[in-house]
Write a protein that binds this ligand. Structure first.
Ligand SMILES: Cc1cc2nc3c(=O)[nH]c(=O)nc-3n(C[C@H](O)[C@H](O)[C@H](O)COP(=O)(O)OP(=O)(O)OC[C@H]3O[C@@H](n4cnc5c(N)ncnc54)[C@H](O)[C@@H]3O)c2cc1C
Length: 505
C-alpha cells in the first residue's frame, strides 16, 4: 500500500526522444524500462528511420541490414535481446559468403565469411601469395576477441578498462598496430603478387582513407557467426522494437517534425514542432540526424570543437541509389551479394566503381512464394542530385529503372520480362524521409583518421540534452546506434542518481 501511494505521488520524469530510428526506439525502450515517461517524435508515418522496408505491388523491399554485428553473443547481442531486435522467434541467417565480385578480367573473386575457408580458397587460387594470405588471415583472427564496452566512456571505471585489456589484449595490440593505416596501405604492404588478388581485393579498397581496422574486424565478426542477417530484414527489426516500446507503455507521435529544441537558462526544456506546437519535458534526447539536430534544431549554438572538426575533416559515406526490383519468377543463387565493377554514366550519374546486387531469396519471410526480390545499390554523389530540377529528377529515375532492367537481363537472361515492379530510391529519398546530411546513409566513413574516435553524447553549455544515433560513431550501423540509445538513458539515470536497469521487473 505504501509503495502504491508512493508510485502515485511520485511524478515520473518526462523524456522526449526526437527521431524513431533504431537509436530513438532503443532510447525509448530503456527510458520506459527505467521508469521514465517517454515520447518518441518521428517525422514519418512509421518508425525505423533508415532501418526500414516498404511495399510495392505485393513485394517487400528492404533498405538496410545485410549484416548485424552481435547476432550470436556479446554486448550488442544483450541489447538486441533487451530491445527485441532478436527474440526466440527470429531466425538468424549466417551466410557462407560475404560477397562475390565479378571481375573485369573474367574470373570471380569471393570473400568467404569463414576465415579458414577463405584462406584455403585464396591459397588454392594464388599459391604464390601464401605467406601474405596467411598473414592477413592471422591479423583477422587476432581481432576476434574485441568486445565493445557496456557503458559510455564517462561511466566506465578503471576496472572496466582492465577487464577489456585482459579479454581483448591481442585484438587491441593488432588494432593499435594498424589503426593509422588505410586498408589500401595495409593490402599494399602485404605485397600480393597474384593479379587476381590485386584485382579482386586490393583494387576493391582503392580509397586511400578507408580504415584497415574496419576491414580486419569485418571478417573477425563473420567468422565467429556473430554478424548474421535477421530474417524479416530491417522492417522486422524496427517493428519488433516498436512493439517492445509500446508494450512498455511508450508513446509515439508520428508525422510530427521537430523544428527547434527549446532552451531556457542553458537547459533543454522542450521542443517546438513544425506545426508550432510546443511539448515540454525534463530531458531531450535527439536521435535524429546529427547535422540537422545541431544546425537546424539548435541553430549551430552548441558545437563542441570535436564536432566542428569532424564535419570539417572527416569523410562521410557516399549517398546511394537503390533500385528495388520485384520479379515474377524464382531466381535462386548461392551468392546472395554480388558486386560488379563497371564504369558507366546514366544521365547525370557517373558510376565510377561498382554496383552491388542483393538477391533476397535467402529470406522467404519477405519474398512472396514463386517470386524474387532483388536490390541493386550504387554510390551516387549527392551534389548531382541536389541540383536537379523536378523534371530532371524524374527523367533520371526513369533512366535508372531502365538500367535496373538491363542489369537483371545480364545476370538472369530472359527474366527482365518477368519484372513486375521497379522502385528507385535516390539520395534525395533518404534526405526527404530521414533528413540525412548529404544523404550519407551511414554517417561518417570509418577512416584511419577517425576509426578509434567517437563524438560525445552531450553538448557544451546545454544541460538536460543528450545525443544518440549513427553519426556519433564513424561507420554508423544498427549496433552502435542502438547502443547509443541505451547509453543516453544510462547517462540520464546517472544524472538522476538512480540505478540503471535493462530488463523489465
Ligand atoms: C542501404 C543501407 C544499408 C545498411 N546496411 C547496414 C547493415 O548491413 N548493418 C548495419 O548494422 N547497418 C546498416 N545500415 C546502417 C543503419 O541502418 C543505420 O546506421 C541506422 O539505422 C541508423 O539509425 P539511427 O536511429 O541512428 O538514425 P536514422 O535511421 O536516421 O533515424 C533517425 C530518425 O529521426 C527522424 N527524424 C529526423 N529528423 C527529425 C525531426 N526533425 N523530427 C522528427 N523526426 C526526425 C528520421 O525520420 C528517422 O526516423 C545501412 C543503412 C542503409 C541505408
Amino acid at each position: 500500500m505504501k509503495n502504491l501511494i508512493g508510485d502515485i505521488f511520485q511524478m515520473k520524469k518526462k523524456i522526449i526522444v526526437i527521431g524513431g530510428g533504431v537509436a530513438g526506439l532503443s532510447a525509448g525502450i530503456y527510458a520506459q524500462l527505467n521508469g521514465f515517461d517517454s515520447t518518441i517524435i518521428e517525422k514519418n508515418t512509421q518508425v525505423g528511420g533508415l532501418c526500414t522496408g516498404w511495399f510495392r505491388k505485393g513485394y517487400q523491399f528492404d533498405y538496410s541490414i545485410q549484416w548485424l554485428v552481435g547476432t550470436r553473443f556479446g554486448v550488442f547481442n544483450d541489447i538486441y535481446k533487451e530491445t527485441h531486435i532478436l527474440n526466440e522467434d527470429v531466425k538468424v541467417q549466417d551466410s557462407s559468403y560475404h560477397t562475390t565480385t565479378h571481375l573485369a578480367s573474367g574470373k570471380d573473386f569471393t570473400i568467404y565469411t569463414n576465415i579458414e575457408e577463405w584462406q584455403k580458397y585464396l591459397i588454392d587460387n594464388a599459391p604464390e601469395d601464401e605467406k601474405a594470405i596467411r598473414k592477413m588471415c592471422k591479423h583477422m583472427n587476432l581481432c576476434k576477441k574485441l568486445e565493445p564496452f557496456e557503458m559510455p566512456p564517462s561511466l566506465r571505471t578503471p576496472i572496466d578498462y582492465l577487464k577489456a585489456l585482459k579479454r581483448s589484449f591481442w585484438s587491441l595490440v593488432t588494432i593499435l598496430r594498424f589503426k593509422k593505416m588505410s586498408c589500401k596501405e595495409y593490402l599494399q604492404k602485404l605485397n600480393f603478387k597474384s593479379p587476381w588478388i590485386k584485382e579482386g581485393l586490393v583494387d576493391n579498397y582503392k580509397d586511400d582513407k578507408y580504415s584497415s581496422i574496419a576491414f580486419l574486424l569485418m571478417l573477425s565478426w563473420y567468422t565467429q557467426k556473430n554478424a548474421g542477417y535477421p530474417m524479416g530484414g530491417s522492417l522486422g527489426v524496427a517493428q519488433r522494437m516498436e512493439n517492445r516500446y509500446n508494450s512498455l507503455g511508450g508513446k509515439i507521435l508520428l508525422r510530427q517534425e521537430v523544428k527547434e529544441v527549446i532552451v531556457e537558462n542553458g537547459k533543454a526544456v522542450g521542443v517546438e514542432l513544425s506545426n508550432g506546437e510546443r511539448l515540454m519535458a525534463d530531458y531531450i534526447i535527439s536521435c535524429a540526424d546529427l547535422h540537422f539536430t545541431l544546425y537546424n534544431m539548435l541553430k549551430g549554438q552548441y558545437l563542441s570543437p570535436k564536432i566542428k572538426q569532424a564535419y570539417k575533416n572527416w569523410d562521410i559515406f557516399s549517398s546511394i541509389v537503390q533500385i528495388s526490383i520485384g520479379i515474377n519468377a524464382t531466381l535462386t543463387t548461392d551468392f546472395p551479394i554480388q558486386i560488379t565493377h563497371f564504369q558507366k554514366e546514366i544521365g547525370k550519374t557517373k558510376i565510377s566503381h561498382s554496383y552491388r546486387m542483393i538477391n533476397y531469396s535467402y529470406d522467404p519471410t519477405i519474398v512472396p512464394e514463386g517470386k524474387s526480390t532483388i536490390a541493386i545499390r550504387f554510390n551516387s554523389p549527392y551534389e548531382i542530385w541536389e541540383k536537379m530540377s523536378k523534371e530532371e529528377y524524374l527523367e533520371e529515375k526513369k533512366k535508372i529503372a531502365q538500367l535496373g532492367r538491363e542489369i537483371i537481363e545480364q545476370h538472369y537472361p530472359g527474366f527482365s520480362e518477368k519484372i513486375e515492379v521497379i522502385d528507385v530510391a535516390t539520395p534525395l529519398t533518404t534526405v526527404r524521409y530521414c533528413n540525412i546530411w548529404q544523404g550519407a546513409y551511414q554517417g561518417f566513413n570509418p577512416t584511419r583518421a577517425n576509426i578509434s574516435k567517437q563524438l560525445g553524447q552531450t553538448l557544451p553549455g546545454l544541460g538536460k540534452f543528450y545525443l544518440a544515433g549513427q553519426w556519433l560513431y564513424p561507420g554508423g550501423g544498427v549496433p552502435q546506434s542502438t547502443q547509443s540509445g541505451k547509453w543516453a538513458i544510462q547517462l540520464i539515470c546517472k544524472e538522476e542518481k538512480q540505478k540503471f536497469v535493462s530488463q523489465s521487473k
